[in-house]
Design a protein around this ligand. Structure first.
Ligand code: AR6
Length: 182
């Protein structure tokens, strides 16, 4: 499923983020950039040790922000390590922090010259953010910002069929409101 906002085509696919041939892939990292499970574990395993070496040099990243490293053995050129919020019930600034993590990822990738980028579903695994709420924030943030930063393609890469459906619905809603529809 694809929708275009300005010059940026946003799509949702089911797959593994480590296999994406795009300029930049986004990691769902933690504030210490210390590695872990989920997407983070998969990226460091597939990309090799150079990514962690760069993460150690950078030292950390505040929640809601993102930093860039190379991509080691991965097919992408850059890894953008974004730190999403841990879900604590929704009244601790989680929505703003999640939007900020997407914004900072796009800005950091654009600074590095990226025009194509792949995102996982930040914060909805170990960090427990409800997926449909997170998908709505992800889509509206990307639809608003990706065209102004010169992106050609933004791909959401979902691990499960259920998550794919949720992200597709969110994309459809944002496209409808962008077009002035229902
Ligand atoms: N490709 C795409 N999506 C994936 C992949 C993959 N290879 N592997 C898992 N997912 P999570 P978070 C999905 O937990 O919630 C780590 O330990 C997964 O099914 O990776 O932001 C970090 O070090 C889920 O839908 O990220 C942090 O400590 C989504 O990616 C913490 O977890 C995000 O799940 C970050 O937690």
């Amino acid at each position: 499923m694809n929708r275009t906002f300005g010059g940026a085509t946003v799509s949702c696919v089911r797959g593994d983020i480590t296999e994406q041939r795009v300029d930049a892939i986004v990691n769902a990292a933690n504030a210490r950039l210390a590695g872990g499970g989920g997407v983070d574990g998969a990226i460091h395993r597939a990309g090799g040790p150079s990514i962690m070496e760069e993460c150690r040099t950078i030292g950390g990243c505040p929640t809601g922000q993102a930093v860039r490293t190379g991509a080691g053995d991965l097919p992408a050129d850059h890894v953008i390590h974004a730190v999403g919020p841990i879900w604590r019930g929704g009244e601790h600034g989680e929505a703003d922090l999640l939007a900020s993590a997407y914004e900072s990822s796009l800005a950091t990738a654009a600074d590095a010259g990226a025009r194509t980028i792949a995102f996982p579903s930040i914060s909805t695994g170990a960090y427990g953010y409800p997926t449909s709420d997170a998908a709505a924030i992800a889509m509206s943030t990307v639809a608003a910002l990706a065209p102004t930063l010169g992106f050609d393609k933004v791909r959401f890469v979902l691990f499960s069929e259920a998550d794919l459906q949720i992200y597709q619905q969110a994309l459809g809603r944002v496209a409808a409101s962008d077009a002035g529809g229902p």
